[in-house]
Design a protein around this ligand. Structure first.
Ligand code: ADP
Ligand code: MG
Length: 363
């Protein structure tokens, strides 16, 4: 059993925050793990996380500490999940995607393109090992799961399999053969998210976006096949409805988001405050918690990035984000490599459609 990794990230002050509230910040970093937040009552609250990334921290630092160990495990059949949590504008999407998924420069590249590079760097296809990498991309909007690779699939159902765990039934799985192709697919999915936005007249922070990489590894002479699932979750903004002054559709969206994020909080509470025996964990209370069932207390290495604004004007939202992270730190999980024996079954023949040299390139 291991605890989930919880980190905090503070983005630089935005120009609006500087204009409205000057340079004053509510955060003081003490060392790489400890920091102090001054709340609205001017009281100091001390936090100790696995790592704190202050405004000067760059994307590479976040990736190397939080994500790289999980990528290394995923290519060896161990599930991994990376979740970004925080109010709208706190830096969740910046951390995951970077300022743009294609061409934003090496330094600013987000977790997602680095994961793509990491997977292809760590797999070693040769005569002994073949790999198949698949990618799905969905969003949860108003408690419906929408396939971002095929917008006609707008109500994907969740299924559970004994071998593969939680599955999105019928969601498109793109086979990817190199990093460039993966980035192209991701950029299509992100663009599709924007299509939905204009149709629904909403903003991307009103939905939870989920990226799922599946890495299958087949070893010659070994009957088993290893499958690692790597899930990245860019959650919707966690701000309170009252603060946003939302009305109409925006209010309905906010209620749904609050409901699913509350369900996430309840799952975390049940996992950490329970008797330690088989107490009920309410995974089924929302689509989000059901999808994250493996990640929270199950068969997955999980990391949570709590994204915050450092501005005094957002101190109460940052405090609530950090309290969420502090509770999540107590969750225990038991990740293990996923091996199955059905390597030679019909279903898996697709693994190596072409039994010659080109396999090496494809897998
Ligand atoms: P969220 O997804 O949490 O709603 P975003 O990731 O869209 O927030 O970030 C809001 C704004 O702040 C964007 O303009 C983004 O470029 C900027 N930003 C966020 N984090 C950072 C950071 N670490 N460094 C520089 N700019 C950042
Ligand atoms: Mg966002």
């Amino acid at each position: 059993m291991s605890n989930i990794t919880v980190c905090a990230r503070f983005r630089p002050l935005s120009s609006k925050e500087r204009r409205d509230h000057g340079d004053s910040v509510c955060i003081r970093c003490i060392d790489t793990e400890t920091f102090i937040l001054k709340d609205e009552k001017e009281e100091d609250i001390i936090f100790s996380f696995d790592r704190v990334f202050c405004e000067k921290s760059d994307q590479a630092e976040v990736y190397e500490f939080l994500v790289l160990p999980i990528v290394r495990d995923a290519v060896n059949g161990i599930n991994g999940t990376i979740i970004t949590y925080g109010q709208t504008g706190a830096g969740k999407t910046y951390s995951i995607e970077g300022p743009g998924i294609l061409e934003c420069g090496e330094q600013k590249k987000g977790i997602l393109p680095r994961v793509v590079d990491g997977i292809f760097e760590h797999i070693k296809p040769d005569k002994m090992a073949k790999y198949l990498i698949k990618l799905s991309m969905v969003e949860i909007y108003m408690e419906k799961i929408r396939d971002l690779f095929d917008l006609s699939k707008d109500n994907i159902q969740i299924k559970e399999s004994k071998i593969e765990g939680i599955l999105l039934s019928g969601a498109t799985e793109m086979s990817i053969i190199d990093p460039a192709e993966a980035l192209q697919s991701l950029s299509t999915g992100i663009a599709n998210r924007a299509v939905g936005e204009t149709q629904m007249n909403t903003a991307s922070s009103r939905s939870h976006c989920i990226y799922i990489f599946t890495v299958k590894q087949e070893l010659t002479g070994d009957k088993r096949m290893k499958t690692g699932k790597l899930v990245l979750v860019d959650l919707a903004g966690s701000e309170k409805v009252e603060k946003t002054g939302a009305e109409g559709r925006a209010l309905e969206e906010a209620k749904m988001i609050n409901k699913s994020l509350s369900a996430l909080g309840n799952v975390i509470n049940a996992l950490t405050c329970g008797s330690g025996r088989a107490n009920h964990i309410p995974y089924r209370d929302s689509k989000l918690t059901r999808i994250l069932q493996d990640a929270l207390g199950g068969n997955s290495r999980t990391a949570l990035l709590c994204c915050c604004s450092p501005s005094v004007s957002n101190a109460s939202e940052s405090l609530s984000t950090l309290r969420f992270g502090a509770r999540a730190k107590h969750i225990k999980a038991s990740p293990r490599a996923n091996c199955n024996e059905d390597k030679y079954s019909k279903k898996n023949e697709a693994l190596c459609p072409d039994k010659d040299e080109s396999c090496k390139r494809i897998l």
